[in-house]
Design a protein around this ligand. Structure first.
Ligand code: GYE
Length: 317
């Protein structure tokens, strides 16, 4: 009697002393591209804060825009035996080997924001992010409407600032934009070059365009940051961005809204970076043994400059 009472009370004390929710935390390894744009900074912030809220142990690695650094990070996550790996692939190709290593280690991989181009789809479990082709279409459709409203019927010369060479958003946004242009033969892309999704490069390339070409009617930039860099170049060349040159870009970051309210940018197509909560949900579902949908598409809108001031206070990134 005495012994079992002692045993029972010892057990009770042990149970009380155990921290609540002592189940081991889920460990998520995330390889981020870098900090090339306002979009990316908001995306990193969303992932970090969502992991914290979800009680997930996040190992976050910044690749400074280099694929080799992302591959190293993924290998280190495998060595650490994390529960799930997620990453935002800087370019589409070249992932087969490292993804095979993750699969061999039985670690599921989620693609966040950007897709990969691998033959074997079983190398990743789910891809969550925007439909970049659709974003390109939306930018072009807005432009077609806008030119109609202005009554611009003749030839329209468009210069294009592309995103990072070989990246999913650069490839797909170009594709979607050109698809719409096909049925409008008077709209022509006269110059197209990469600005690597950064303000500095956007400015530099736009400067070169302006030096070489006096007949630029429209700028299509694959992201807002490059458009904002280009706006500086246009002003320094003595022209009025948003008036002398119509500008449409993609992301919908605060900087773009400020430029629209100042009359320097004409439209930004939304691409939401707030993928954190959705990603943590997916990680938890995976650990609970659920099968994730292969594709999770983000819902987004289009913001012409006329609505910028009204929408601005509600913007979260
Ligand atoms: O548009 C750009 C960023 O992959 C959707 O990457 C993302 C793109 C975004 O640097 O600003």
């Amino acid at each position: 009697m005495k012994l079992s009472f002692k045993f029972a009370s010892a057990l009770a004390i042990m149970m009380l002393a155990m921290p609540l929710g002592a189940a081991p935390k889920i460990v998520l390894g995330f390889s981020q591209i870098g900090a090339e744009s306002e979009w990316r900074t908001a995306n990193s912030e969303s992932i970090k804060s969502a992991a914290k809220d979800a009680g997930i142990d996040l190992k976050f690695s910044d690749a400074q825009q280099k694929q080799e650094n992302q591959i190293k990070a993924i290998r280190s996550f495998i060595a650490q035996k994390v529960d799930v790996i997620a990453f935002s692939p800087v370019v589409e190709s070249g992932w087969e080997t490292v993804l095979r290593e993750a699969k061999a280690a039985h670690i599921p991989v989620i693609l966040s924001d950007r897709a990969v181009d691998v033959k074997d789809d079983s190398l990743w479990v789910s891809f969550m992010g925007s439909d970049f082709v659709e974003e390109g279409r939306r930018a072009a459709n807005w432009l077609v409407d806008d030119l109609n409203k202005r009554g611009m019927k003749g030839d329209v010369n468009i210069v294009e600032l592309q995103g990072t060479v070989g990246s999913a958003p650069a490839i797909d946004r170009k594709k979607g934009f050109e698809e719409i242009l096909k049925s409008h033969p008077n709209l022509k892309i006269t110059r197209s070059q990469t600005g690597d999704f950064t303000r500095a490069k956007g400015k530099e390339v736009m400067e070169a365009f302006l030096k070489a070409d006096k007949k630029i009617n429209v700028l299509f930039a694959h992201n807002d940051d490059m458009a904002i860099g280009a706006i500086q170049a246009i002003e320094e060349a003595g022209l009025k961005p948003g008036k002398d040159i119509i500008i449409v870009s993609i992301d919908g970051v605060k900087g773009a809204f400020e430029a629209m309210m100042a009359g320097k940018l004409n439209c930004s197509v939304e691409c939401s970076p707030l993928l954190g909560p959705q990603l943590m949900e997916a990680v938890k579902d995976l650990k609970a043994g659920k099968t994730l949908p292969k594709r999770i598409v983000t819902k987004e809108g289009v913001f012409p400059a006329e609505v910028a001031a009204k929408v601005f206070p509600t913007r979260k990134y």
